[in-house]
Design a protein around this ligand. Structure first.
Ligand code: SF4
Length: 477
């Protein structure tokens, strides 16, 4: 293998100029100057450490945030002359974005071009292979951003000599698409991510109180089987990172001046003993850094919540989903209403803000069911509510059932949770869209919630963010 420090050519991590396709960028639609919330992708953050380890100078371009066109991006890359680009790609617009990337690559010349293969893309049989075959300018698809041998491939002078691990690519005249493997067992050690690249005061989370913000991840996977979930398709069991590495990364983030970090774990704290070990160490470092995470109501035991608070947690997102317990059970959230209310009360006592994720309009929901769910969401006193329309994403058990039972609207390629691709038994599509807008407004424009938010403002940053969120709620973005 070549010396990993021989080459300090830039290697660009790219969030490409793709309009309004990314779910997390829904609020960045062209006509909206103000983004309600936007933050860098955890996939690019994880890959940044690998690029440094491979001897490159990692760089980050967020073309969406900078409102950069494809032509402007090409000009920028022609100046930088990077050794390569790893780009995010929108699952719903793969072909057009790959065509743009190919155009950029042919203009820049000697530059590797990889994309991050989304889970949705990987769930479509044969999609990754046909994509690499059909796009000769595409060098590879990273199938797993935490576990792969990108470093070996990029530092090897003849890339063909290294059998790809969790990376699909051309090897000689063949296209190799390995079956994705995950290495459960030992804790995972990752090259330390290069958070400094992602430091930008324009980023924030919807719940942010301070800036700058960044993202990290302590665990991968989730063993639950919520029917609509796409995120747990790669890791069906939990894989944790090395506790000391994780704490070291958080210390570095703090030293870089970040004030908030978002743990992108699917279910934070599921393995209580590993999480306790990490949180005890983190608490002892007494950082200024504050953080938020996502977990399940049934994981949030009082002692875990207290320790999370002590270690800097200021916010938790919970999948609450629906007003009816029977529906919650059906989607693997076997949680009583009493338990939901008691966990949210515990959080309030500990001064931890809560966000409730709510799914609106399952295929058999009546208008009254949807309205009851909106009322329920407003009654549990969460600090934020994220309403999402039920959508059957490719590769999920829900999509399979929707197809089997004939309630999938085939051909719909909107893969966000703001548009539904299912046929409702009792609701017209237009009514579902109206109910969604009503739900968002019912929470964010509720006088009690507006007053609480205004009284809670502690900084100009929070005031600005509140104005952006308010605009986004009114405009329905
Ligand atoms: S608990 Fe969350 S991450 Fe796990 S399967 Fe359910 S929705 Fe997905």
């Amino acid at each position: 293998m070549a010396d990993a420090t021989h080459n300090r050519r830039p290697f660009v991590l790219l969030d490409p100029p793709s309009g309004d396709h990314f779910t997390r960028r829904a609020a960045l639609r062209e006509k909206e100057d103000a983004a309600a919330a936007s933050f860098p992708s955890i996939d690019l953050i994880l890959l940044s450490g690998s690029l440094r380890a491979a001897g490159f100078e990692p760089m980050f371009i967020d073309a969406q945030l900078d409102r950069m066109s494809w032509d402007e991006l090409t000009d920028r890359l022609n100046v930088l002359r990077p050794a390569g680009v790893i780009s995010l790609i929108s699952s719903a617009h793969v072909e057009s974005e790959l065509a743009q990337l190919a155009r950029v690559k042919s203009s820049v010349g000697d530059m590797k071009c990889y994309i991050v293969g989304t889970i949705i893309l990987q769930q479509q049989p044969g999609a990754v292979r046909s994509l690499v075959e059909a796009n000769p300018r595409l060098d590879g698809v990273v199938l797993n951003t935490a576990e792969n041998n990108l470093v070996e491939q990029l530092t090897e002078s003849s890339g063909d000599a290294v059998e790809p691990f969790n990376i699909a690519r051309r090897v000689g005249s063949r296209v190799v698409v390995p079956t994705v493997q995950v290495r459960y067992g030992d804790s995972l050690k990752l090259p330390q991510p290069e958070h400094a690249l992602f430091k930008d005061s324009r980023y924030s989370f919807p719940q942010s109180k301070r800036a700058p913000v960044t993202c990290t991840q302590f665990s991968f996977g989730c063993p639950f089987t919520c029917e609509f979930c796409i995120d747990n398709q790669q890791y069906r069991k939990m894989l944790y990172r090395d506790v000391d590495d994780m704490v070291e990364e958080l210390v570095r983030i703090d030293r870089l001046g970040f004030r908030e970090v978002y743990f992108k774990d699917l279910t934070f704290g599921l393995n209580a003993s590993v999480t306790r070990a990490m949180l005890e160490k983190l608490a002892s470092r007494r950082l200024k850094l504050r953080w938020l995470c996502t977990t399940r109501i049934d994981v949030a035991k009082p002692e875990m919540l207290a320790l999370m608070r002590r270690a800097g947690c200021y916010g938790i997102e919970f999948g609450i989903e629906h007003a009816k317990e029977s529906v919650r059970r059906r989607v693997d959230k076997n949680i009583t209403e009493d338990r939901i209310r008691s966990v949210l009360t515990n959080c309030r006592k500990l001064d931890i803000e809560t966000t409730a994720f709510i799914m609106l309009a399952f295929e058999d929901d009546t208008e009254q069911d949807v309205k009851d769910t909106i009322t329920f969401a407003n009654s549990i006193e969460a600090d934020y509510v994220s309403f999402n329309l039920v959508n059957a994403l490719p590769g999920t058990a829900y999509e399979a059932r929707a197809r089997r039972e004939g309630f999938l609207r085939e051909g719909s390629n909107d893969l966000s949770f703001a548009v539904s691709n299912i046929k409702h038994k009792y609701l017209a599509q237009e009514r579902v869209a109206e109910l969604y807008r009503e739900a968002v407004r019912s929470f964010y424009l509720r006088p009690k919630n507006m007053l609480r938010r205004v009284l809670g403002i502690r900084s100009v940053f929070e005031l600005r963010k509140l104005i952006r969120l308010g605009r986004a709620s009114v405009l329905g973005v």
